[in-house]
Design a protein around this ligand. Sequence first.
Ligand SMILES: C[S@@+](CC[C@H](N)C(=O)[O-])C[C@H]1O[C@@H](n2cnc3c(N)ncnc32)[C@H](O)[C@@H]1O
Length: 395
Amino acid sequence: MSTELIEVTEGNTRVLVPNLERYRIGRKIEPAHAPVFYNPAMEVNRSISVLAVEAYSRLFNYKDLTVCEPLSGTGIRGLRYLLETKCVSKVIMNDIDEDAYKLILMNVEKNNVQNRVEVYNTDASQLLLNLRGRIIDIVDVDPFGSPIEFIYPALKAIRHRGLLAVTATDVGVLMGRYPQKCIRRYGSRPIYSIDYSREIGLRILVGSIARIALQLDYGIRPLLCYYEGHYYRCFMMILKDRSDAVLTVKNLGYVLHVRASGKIEFLKKYPTYKIRRRDVDVGGPLWIGHIIDLDFVKEIYEILISEKQYLMSNEKLVKLIEEFIEEAPLSNVPYYTTSMICRGLGSEVSSRRLIEALRKAGIDASRTHMDPRGVRALEEVEVLREIASSILDRE
Ligand SMILES: C[S@@+](CC[C@H](N)C(=O)[O-])C[C@H]1O[C@@H](n2cnc3c(N)ncnc32)[C@H](O)[C@@H]1O
């Protein structure tokens, strides 16, 4: 490869990557311009993945795991699974790009793990379909943009109760900036330009993966689905029993946004009678169940503080995991931002003060990692608005 390589360390893993300084435009580094893709901004994504795989192994008691990462880039993600978890014994890596393939081979050799890795240079979908007959515990789909074309072959490759990890960086499409594209790509109608669009996008992604699984009579169980700045990331268990498919259907529905009151509601059925009103938006189909499993994120935290302290220097990572734990029990109800709640009140209260007041009033409430102004609560927006108003009155 003609490009200059430098060594980087992520977590406990060292690899060679293209020197991104060579692909700087003004103050911005453009990883996509390098001959092999390496994005340092995805470090938190990869570190959470290491923790999530370890948590999956502990919680469900699976060991000696085989991971397939069919879109490997430099190989850093697969190598981190191999070197930073106790549960992964083999990683199958692949990239369609020849330079990437050569760099993966170099990084595998550099880390002296040739006997625990298989490396391929083919199309990801083809590789996944060719894995038929082998036991693949985990598939990690980490593409450019949308992952949707890789979901069917990934689901076919994964074993019953295996783990599917998916990244989507087409956040703008999922959030509804290009609604027609979202409908085409994900078969779901987004709602753009409300603060809650961020979570609608994530729920559309989870819902569309669930619908592909359902076509195969499989079910899904989300363990952790989150948003971080420029990407969505999902970890879900794939269940290949028809009874699981039946349960999965129960978590699909629609989101209703009433513009006048700001109310957001999840509905099981398409609200035909309500959409005759002019002041409502309907989005979906999408996932309306929990998107964060409390036991799973508690396990992640336990592993972090007891065995992976080296990851704790990353404040963003620690903060995210703490927020996941707080919001998990309420992750099946929509959140409102304080600006949505305080609309018309003339001033805004902070999410911290509002949550304190809600809890004092006996209402379950939490922050959300999706938005610092977000509040999840088991109450109607009108009640949240009244409580916010009483806080403002006291000031
Ligand atoms: C976002 S990068 C992967 C980053 C990597 N997983 C990481 O964590 O650093 C996506 C990679 O997929 C590769 N790719 C794109 N289309 C592909 C396909 N159809 N089959 C296999 N690899 C593909 C690209 O060459 C690129 O290296």
